[in-house]
Design a protein around this ligand. Structure first.
Ligand code: GLC
Ligand code: MG
Length: 248
């Protein structure tokens, strides 16, 4: 057994089965105490919404949290987002001008203000309209000189983010910061915004058994020996995957 970097989505991945999460948490805590394994949460939730879940579910204190689909990084106990990460996101991003272009699309319903942040513009969008709207939105943004990250998740949420922001890039940043090789990193997820975890090369990936169709389709179309689709759901699926990779 040795140290690894454990990075997980929260809703419907780590969180979803309280009893299984308790079991997994005990193992993770033990691993952190014994080997120095780092525990990172990477969620689409805003900081405030994350903090509510943290309290409600009694999550174990993480070594870092990535909020807003890679748009804010909080390290350790720090209360302010990690500045070097925020600075990276500024490149090519102009929130006001990008938002003005989204106003051409009446089918985009803005998410509540609490889920918006300086590097994240989020909407609700129906799955019937998404396949035609998203490419046209991308085209209009490109024509105006903006190359951004657009992620459709959960057959409901559309996030527009800086080109440097997604869960996978934030994971790579932490690997560099903490000097953890990609082959001793394991990332876990269930939905579209987790795909960026799994698009890289050497990381071990765990897709929980309850994953959404949007992620499963991509997984089957892009097989990798480093990615494991668990039978079990939520935290039990994570545990199954960690055992599969011989990490715990
Ligand atoms: C979370 C966030 C939301 C985002 C979604 C998908 O639900 O609250 O803003 O659109 O994740 O990334
Ligand atoms: Mg999720």
């Amino acid at each position: 057994m040795a140290q690894f970097l454990f990075i997980t989505d929260l809703d419907n991945t780590l969180v979803g089965d309280d009893a299984a999460m308790k079991q997994l948490n005990a193992k993770l805590l033990h691993h952190r105490d014994t080997y120095g394994t780092q525990i990172v949460y990477s969620t689409g939730r805003s900081r405030t919404s994350y903090e509510a879940l943290y309290q409600e579910k009694g999550l174990i204190p993480p070594d870092a949290v990535v909020n807003g689909v890679g748009t804010a990084l909080y390290i350790g106990e720090q209360e302010k987002p990690h500045t070097p990460w925020s600075e990276r996101l500024q490149e090519g991003w102009d929130r006001d001008r990008i938002q003005a272009i989204t106003a051409h699309f009446s089918d985009l319903t803005p998410q509540p203000a609490s889920e918006q942040n300086p590097f994240k513009i989020s909407f609700f969008l129906s799955p019937e309209i998404a396949p035609t709207l998203v490419p046209e939105l991308e085209r209009q943004l490109k024509a105006a000189g903006f190359t951004v990250t657009i992620i459709y998740s959960g057959s409901l949420d559309l996030d527009i983010l800086p080109i440097q922001a997604n869960k996978g890039l934030a994971m790579s940043y932490l690997q560099e910061l903490w000097q953890v090789p990609s082959n001793t990193t394991v990332a876990c997820g269930d939905s579209g915004n987790d795909r960026a975890f799994f698009e890289r090369q050497d990381e071990r990936g765990i897709i929980v058994g309850n994953a959404m169709q949007e992620l499963l389709e991509w997984h089957h179309a892009n097989p990798s020996p480093h990615r494991y689709l668990a039978q079990a759901s939520y935290a039990a699926g994570i545990l199954e995957g960690l055992n599969h990779f011989g990490l715990i």
